[in-house]
Each structure stands twice: as structure tokens, then as C-alpha cells.
Design a protein around this ligand. Structure first.
Ligand code: COA
Length: 260
């Protein structure tokens, strides 16, 4: 059976997951979601991996969202289950212990954009189009889009995009803060890898704690957020890596972090 996800490792510690159903614009069939979840679980359990990149095969689509052909034959209960499965997959990606980069190589619509929104950052190819298009199908973003998009770009712009189901360019996404970087299509994976290379130089425990502090802190008030930051900071203090950072600074060399 052909694999619906390609898995590769760059520089020993960067996992690259490629959604691989180009004939269906990398839409999220149940089979693809099963494989994606399995890889997310495996990557998370592998301490040698320190950053993950998620992209799509081909240049046309990152992911065209829910598999609309599969959905057509579903009962109402099955539809609810299917949207819940995309949502829990997005949550599993968001909760990965390492930074996750979406390299948006083409159209990212509906559930496809919702997956990208669950990543820690988004780098888009300059020809990519992005949109939460669900209201045009008489449904709403149900895999986190109504919650993550307003948190990322503010409620007014999120409502404009969700209510109009507008498909925007990568440049507009960049201006709105929905993508953090835009680059040429040829350079997309390389750009994502360069960002990952800059990340994996740093302390793995620190990266995990910084991600936790930001993600959890965003859900709460400032006082609670600062307490969360303090708890996360404390997790880094007893690590060998913190001492290695200090030694490397004194010895004027690059630190070698082990995630301990
Ligand atoms: N689910 C299942 N199949 C999909 C799909 C989806 N979400 N999106 C595209 N496909 C399939 C098409 O049906 C077509 O298959 P076919 O060759 O058997 O007809 C194939 O992928 C190519 O798509 P096509 O529309 O012909 O390509 P395009 O380059 O003209 O347009 C898109 C690409 C992504 C712009 C367009 O397919 C699209 O708008 N898809 C729907 C996106 C959407 O609204 N998703 C939100 C779901 S909630």
C-alpha cells in the first residue's frame, strides 16, 4: 500500500512529514489522518528529534482540508466524528513537545489551514493561497479554526476571513500575521530547514518549556501566565544543558545540548 505520509529526517534531528495525496490535493482522508497521528506519536517519543516540519507533496496544495468525497457518503454522526478527528489531530500536533513548522507549499484550505494553525509557525510559498472556507460549504471551521485564528490575528480579521470564506494570498497572510515568513516555492523547504536548524541548536528542554509557557500563558490572564512562565523556567534550572550553556560560553565554543 502506498504511504499517505512521507517521513524523512534532516540533520539527524529534524523530522519532515509530507502529506502525500497529491491527486486529492492532500485532503485529510481517514487513512491519511491515521498515518499522520502515528508519525506524530513516534516523533514525539523519539528524543533525538528536536523539530518537526509539516508540508505537502507537489506545488498545488499543502492540504485542501477535509476529504469532501469521503464526507459526501457520511451520516451526520460520521461527519461529527470526522471533524472531531481532524480537530484531535491538530491538537496532537499543537501538543508536540518540540517546535513544529508548517511549510505551506500551496493551497491550505479548511482543515488544511487548521492543521497549519496548530503548528508553532507557518512559512508559506509565495503562490500559496490560504483560507478557512467552511462557511461556503455551510459549515464552520470545526478543527480549531474559530479559536486559533482569532488568537493569532485578532477577532476582527478572523471574523472577516471566516464569514467571507475568503482565500487570501501568502503576502496577505504575512501582513495579517497568519504566516510568519513567505518565500519562493523553490526555496520553501530549505527556508523551513534553515529555521529548524536555528531552533535545534538550542536547549531541547528550554524549547519545550518555552512552547508550554507561551501556549498555556495565552489561554489565561497575565498573573497566571507569569506563574506558568516561572514554573516552566524552573524546569530548565536543574538540567545538565543549562550548565553546558554556561561552560560553552566561558570556553567560547558552541554548546552541545543533550536534552537532559
Ligand atoms: N477533498 C477531496 N478531494 C479533493 C479536495 C478535497 N477537499 N480538494 C480537491 N480535491 C480533488 C478534486 O476533487 C480533484 O479530483 P478529481 O481529479 O478526481 O476531480 C483533484 O483533487 C484536483 O482538484 P481540482 O479542484 O481539479 O484542482 P484545482 O487545481 O482546480 O483546485 C483547489 C485546487 C484546492 C483550489 C480546489 O480543489 C478546492 O477548492 N478544493 C476544495 C477546498 C476546500 O474548500 N476545502 C475545505 C473543506 S472544509
Amino acid at each position: 500500500m502506498t504511504s499517505l505520509i512521507d517521513f524523512d529526517i534532516k540533520d539527524d534531528s529534524i523530522a519532515v512529514l509530507t502529506l502525500n495525496r497529491p491527486e486529492a490535493m492532500n485532503a485529510l482522508s481517514k487513512g491519511l489522518l491515521d498515518e499522520l497521528n502515528e508519525y506524530v506519536r513516534k516523533i514525539n517519543a523519539d528524543n533525538s528529534l528536536r523539530c518537526t516540519i509539516i508540508t505537502g507533496s507537489g506545488e498545488k496544495a499543502f492540504c485542501a482540508g477535509a476529504d469532501l468525497k469521503e464526507r459526501k457518503g457520511m451520516t451526520e454522526e460520521q461527519v461529527i466524528e470526522a471533524v472531531h478527528y481532524i480537530g484531535s489531530t491538530a491538537r496532537n500536533i499543537e501538543n508536540m513537545k518540540m517546535p513544529v513548522i508548517a511549510a505551506i507549499n500551496g493551497a491550505a484550505f479548511g482543515g488544511g489551514l487548521e492543521l497549519a494553525l496548530a503548528c508553532d509557525m507557518r512559512i508559506a510559498a509565495d503562490h500559496a493561497k490560504l483560507g478557512l472556507t467552511e462557511t461556503s460549504l455551510a459549515i464552520i471551521p470545526g478543527a480549531g479554526g474559530t479559536q486559533r485564528l482569532p488568537r493569532l490575528i485578532g477577532p476582527g480579521q478572523a471574523k472577516r476571513l471566516i464569514f467571507t470564506a475568503k482565500r487570501i494570498t501568502a503576502e496577505e497572510a504575512l501582513n495579517l500575521g497568519m504566516a510568519e515568513q513567505v518565500t519562493s516555492s523553490d526555496n520553501l523547504l530549505q527556508k523551513a530547514i534553515e529555521t529548524a536548524q536555528a531552533i535545534i541548536k538550542n536547549g531541547p528542554v528550554a524549547l519545550r518549556q518555552a512552547k508550554t509557557a507561551i501556549n498555556q500563558g495565552l489561554q489565561t490572564d497575565m498573573t497566571t501566565g507569569l506563574s506558568i512562565e516561572h514554573l516552566c523556567y524552573k524546569e530548565t534550572v536543574s538540567t545538565d544543558d543549562r550548565l553546558e550553556g554556561l561552560h560553552a560560553f566561558k570556553e567560547k565554543r558552541n554548546p552541545v545540548y543533550k536534552g537532559k
